[in-house]
Design a protein around this ligand. Structure first.
Ligand SMILES: [Zn+2]
Length: 727
C-alpha cells in the first residue's frame, strides 16, 4: 500500500510546478553499459480480462534476480502499457493474472536488495484503456473525426499522466522510461481538437489550416505540433523532478530517420528533454546500417550526455518469442557501444510471464563480454566527415514522402561506412562554428534548404580552412521548399545554377580528353571515358570561379516517356553532356567541391553501384589527403575510431557483419530482411597512421598483427575486435 501521507505529498508537489536541479551525484546511467528491459507478451494489441493466464508468472523478483545474474546493470520493468497496470494503480486496472501481486513493488524491493537500479517503463501514446474512458483526449483529424488510439498531448491527459507518474514515483523507483511521445507515424494527422484549435488561434491570431497545406499556415502548424510534444515532455520532466529530483527520466525518441515531422519531433529539440535520450534500433525494423547511424545521430543531438539505445533479442519483432544467435546480438551490441551508446536489451516474456532460459544464457555471455571490454568504450570519436542533417529540408522537401530526401542522408552515411571514412553527424538545429570546425570535411547531402544563417556559418567554416562537399540540389530551394532561380550557396560553390534535371537516372563521366590530376583523382578507379549511373537528383551548373571537372550526362528519353508510358523507376542509358560533373572552388583558406549529381542518394537507392560511392569517397580523399588513420577493410566490416589523448591511444573498433544469403519472403518480394549472423567472419584489414605509430595491441589472442613502420596489417576472426594503437 502507498501511504496516504506520501500520496498527499506527491499530489501537493505536482500542484505547484517549479524546476529543481537533477541530483548531482553520478547517476546509474552515467556508469552503466548494459541493462535489461522486461515486459510481458500478449497485451500489445489490447487486453481482455478473460485472459487470466496472461502475465500470471510475470514476477518482478524473479526478473530482478535474472537481470543481476546475467550481468545487467539496471532493470527497466513494465509498469504500465496500453490496457494494464502491473502495479496497484488507482487510475488503470491491474492485469487480472497478477491477482494480489504488484510487479513494480516486487522489482523495486528485490532490485534494491541486489544493488540494481529499477526504472519504470510507462507507455504514453498508446493509452487504450484511458482513451476508452476519456474519448475527448483523442487526437482529432482535419475532418473533425477523432483518431482512435492516439492521444492529444494538449488535452486533459497531461494532468492524468502527472497523477500516474506520482503513483509510480511513490514506489521509490530510480527512473522513468516514458514510451512514446509521438503523434502517429503517418496519416491521418492531428490535431484539430477544440483545445488545439483554441490554443493555435490564440498563438497565431488566425484559424488552423484546413489540412496539410504546405504554406505559411502549415509552417505554423508544424511548429505548433512540435511544441505540443515538447511542452508535454517538459511538464512530465518537471513533475518528476518535483516528486523526486534523484529519479531520472528519459523519453523514447523519434527525431531520427526514417521518422519525420508526422511524429511531431525535431532531432535536437526533442532529444533535450529528460536526463538523456533513448532511441530504438534493430535490424528487423530499421536496417543494419541504421544501428550505428542511430547511435551517432543521438550523440550529435545531445553533445556531452550519455545516449541509450534499445535493442531486442527477437528475430523479427519485440514480442515474437524468438531468440537471435549470440553472434547476431554481439554485432549489434558492440556496434552501439563502439559508437558511444549504452545499451538496453529488450526481453519480452512468454504469455504467462515465463523467462526463456536460452535468451538469458545468451544475455549472460553477451554482458560478460561487455564487462571484459569495458575499458575500450567511452573515448572521444575521431571523425573526418560531418554528414549534415537538415530538419527543414526533411520537412519541406520530404513533405509527405520524406524517404526521398532521407535517401541522400542515409546514402552519404552508407558510403562513408563502406569506404571506412570516419564520420559523424551535424544537426542544422544546433549548428555552430565549433561543431563545424570539429570536422575536416562537411558533407551536404542534397541539403536543398539552407538559411542565410547556415550559409554564413558554412562560409566562415570554409574561409578558415574547412572543406565543404555539396551534392545535387543543395541550396537550390527556398525556406518553403520552392525551387529558386539562384542557389543560396552560389558564392561558395563558384557556380551558377542553370537548371534542375527532371530525371533521376543521371550519368557521370570523366573524359580522357580532359585528363588532369584532379579528374584522375576523382574518377572511380581512375577509369575514364566510361559513363556510370549516379541515380538521384542532379543539376546543370555553369562555373563562375570554380574549376569544372568531368561531365554530367542526361539520360536518353523515349517517345514513351513523353506519353508517360515509360516506368521512370527504371533508369535508361546515358545520352549527351549537359554540364560539368564536379566544380571545385577555393574560398578563403578552404575549398568547396560541388557534385552536380547525387552519389549519396545513389548509394542508398535500388541502383547502387560501387563507382557512385567511390566518387564520393574520392571527393573526401581529395579534400582531406592527410587523414589521421587510413583504413582498408572489406565493405562488410564497419570501423569506428576513438582517441584517448591522455594515454595517447587510438582505438579502432572493427565490426564484421556476416549474414548468410536469404530466400524470397512470403510477401513483398524481393525485399528480404538480412539473415541472422551465425558465424564469425575471417578477414584481413590494414591501418595506416599519418604519423607516430609506436605499438599496436589486439584484444583477441586469435588476431594476427604485422606492423611495418606506420602500417599495420591484421587478420581477424571475430564479430568484434578492438585494436589499441599507441602514438
Ligand atoms: Zn488536440
Amino acid at each position: 500500500m502507498i501511504s496516504l501521507t506520501r500520496m498527499l505529498l506527491v499530489a501537493l508537489l505536482l500542484a505547484s510546478p517549479a524546476k529543481l536541479p537533477a541530483a548531482d551525484s553520478p547517476s546509474w546511467f552515467t556508469r552503466s553499459l548494459v541493462g535489461l528491459e522486461v515486459g510481458p507478451t500478449g497485451a500489445q494489441f489490447g487486453g481482455d480480462p478473460a485472459d487470466v493466464g496472461y502475465a500470471a508468472k510475470f514476477d518482478g523478483r524473479e526478473i530482478a534476480r535474472a537481470t543481476k545474474a546475467c550481468g545487467g546493470e539496471y532493470l527497466v520493468i513494465w509498469a504500465r502499457d496500453g490496457d494494464w497496470a502491473y502495479y496497484d494503480s488507482k487510475l488503470q486496472p491491474k492485469c487480472p493474472g497478477l491477482g494480489t501481486r504488484d510487479v513494480l513493488r516486487e522489482a523495486v524491493e528485490e532490485g534494491h536488495k541486489l544493488g540494481l537500479p529499477v526504472i519504470a517503463y510507462c507507455v504514453q501514446q498508446y493509452a487504450g484503456d484511458t482513451l476508452r474512458k476519456n474519448p475527448d483526449w483523442r487526437i482529432v483529424g482535419s475532418d473533425s473525426k477523432p483518431i482512435d488510439g492516439r492521444v492529444c498531448f494538449r488535452s486533459g491527459y497531461r494532468e492524468y499522466m502527472k497523477q500516474m507518474l506520482g503513483e509510480q514515483l511513490a514506489y521509490g523507483i530510480d527512473g522513468f522510461h516514458l514510451d512514446m511521445v509521438d503523434q502517429g507515424f503517418g496519416p491521418p494527422y492531428g490535431c484539430w481538437c477544440e483545445t488545439c484549435q483554441k490554443e493555435y488561434q490564440a498563438q497565431y491570431g488566425r484559424p488552423m489550416p484546413k489540412g496539410v497545406t504546405w504554406d505559411e499556415d502549415w509552417d505554423h502548424m508544424l511548429e505548433f505540433r512540435y511544441a505540443s510534444s515538447d511542452r508535454f515532455e517538459k511538464e512530465m520532466t518537471a513533475c518528476i523532478r518535483q516528486g523526486n529530483p534523484r529519479t531520472t527520466i528519459d523519453f523514447n525518441y523519434h527525431g531520427n530517420p526514417p521518422f519525420s515531422w508526422e511524429v511531431g519531433q525535431l532531432p535536437v529539440r526533442h532529444a533535450q528533454n529528460g536526463d538523456f535520450v533513448t532511441g530504438e534500433t534493430g535490424v528487423w525494423g530499421f536496417s543494419a546500417l541504421t544501428v550505428g547511424l542511430n547511435g551517432e545521430f543521438y550523440r550529435a543531438a545531445t553533445p556531452g550526455k550519455p545516449v541509450q539505445v534499445a535493442m531486442q533479442r527477437g528475430v523479427r519483432m519485440y514480442h515474437d518469442q524468438t531468440t537471435r544467435p549470440l553472434n547476431d546480438m554481439r554485432w549489434e551490441m558492440f556496434n552501439l557501444l563502439a559508437h558511444g551508446s549504452f545499451v538496453t536489451m529488450i526481453d519480452k516474456t512468454g504469455f504467462d510471464g515465463w523467462l526463456d532460459p536460452v535468451a538469458y544464457e545468451r544475455f549472460g555471455a553477451l554482458f560478460r563480454e561487455v564487462h571484459a571490454k569495458r575499458a575500450h568504450f567511452g573515448q572521444s570519436p575521431v571523425q573526418d566527415v560531418g554528414i549534415y542533417y537538415s530538419s527543414r529540408t526533411r520537412d519541406w522537401i520530404g513533405r509527405e514522402k520524406p524517404a526521398d530526401w532521407l535517401l541522400s542522408f542515409q546514402g552519404a552515411h552508407k558510403a562513408m561506412v563502406y569506404e571506412h571514412i570516419p564520420w559523424g553527424v551535424i544537426h542544422e538545429e544546433s549548428l555552430s562554428p565549433e561543431t563545424l570546425m570539429k570536422f575536416p570535411v562537411v558533407l551536404l547531402p542534397n541539403v536543398d534548404i539552407l538559411s542565410e544563417a547556415e550559409v554564413a556559418l558554412l562560409r566562415r567554416y570554409v574561409e578558415s580552412g574547412g572543406s565543404l562537399i555539396a551534392t545535387g540540389l543543395s541550396g537550390a530551394y527556398d525556406h518553403m521548399g520552392r525551387l529558386q532561380t539562384k542557389s543560396s550557396i552560389e558564392a561558395l560553390t563558384g557556380a551558377r545554377l542553370v537548371r534542375k534535371l527532371d530525371s533521376t537516372d543521371n550519368w557521370v563521366r570523366f573524359p580522357t580528353s580532359q585528363t588532369s590530376t584532379l579528374s584522375s583523382q576523382l574518377a572511380p578507379a581512375g577509369r575514364t571515358d566510361w559513363p556510370f549511373l549516379v541515380r538521384g537528383p542532379a543539376a546543370v551548373f555553369e562555373p563562375t570561379t570554380a574549376t569544372p571537372i568531368g561531365d554530367l550526362l542526361k539520360p536518353h528519353r523515349t517517345a514513351l516517356h513523353a506519353q508517360k508510358r515509360y516506368n521512370e523507376d527504371w533508369p535508361l542509358s546515358a545520352d549527351s553532356r549537359v554540364g560539368p560533373a564536379i566544380l571545385l572552388n577555393k574560398v578563403g583558406k578552404g575549398k568547396v567541391l560541388t557534385i552536380a549529381a547525387s552519389p549519396d542518394w545513389a548509394t542508398a537507392s535500388d541502383h547502387h553501384i560501387v563507382e557512385a560511392r567511390r566518387l564520393l569517397a574520392n571527393a573526401v580523399h581529395l579534400l582531406n589527403p592527410s587523414t589521421r588513420v587510413r583504413i582498408t577493410a572489406p565493405a562488410t566490416v564497419e570501423t569506428i575510431v576513438t582517441d584517448d589523448p591522455a594515454t595517447r591511444t587510438l582505438r579502432i573498433h572493427l565490426l564484421g557483419y556476416n549474414a548468410p544469403p536469404q530466400t524470397t519472403p512470403s510477401k513483398e518480394r524481393p525485399y528480404v530482411l538480412p539473415g541472422l549472423i551465425e558465424d564469425a567472419p575471417l578477414y584481413r584489414a590494414t591501418l595506416e597512421l599519418s604519423s607516430g605509430l609506436k605499438s599496436a595491441k589486439a584484444f583477441n589472442r586469435t588476431t594476427e598483427l604485422r606492423k611495418r613502420g606506420g602500417r599495420l596489417a591484421m587478420t581477424i576472426e571475430d564479430i568484434h575486435e578492438v585494436i589499441e594503437l599507441r602514438y
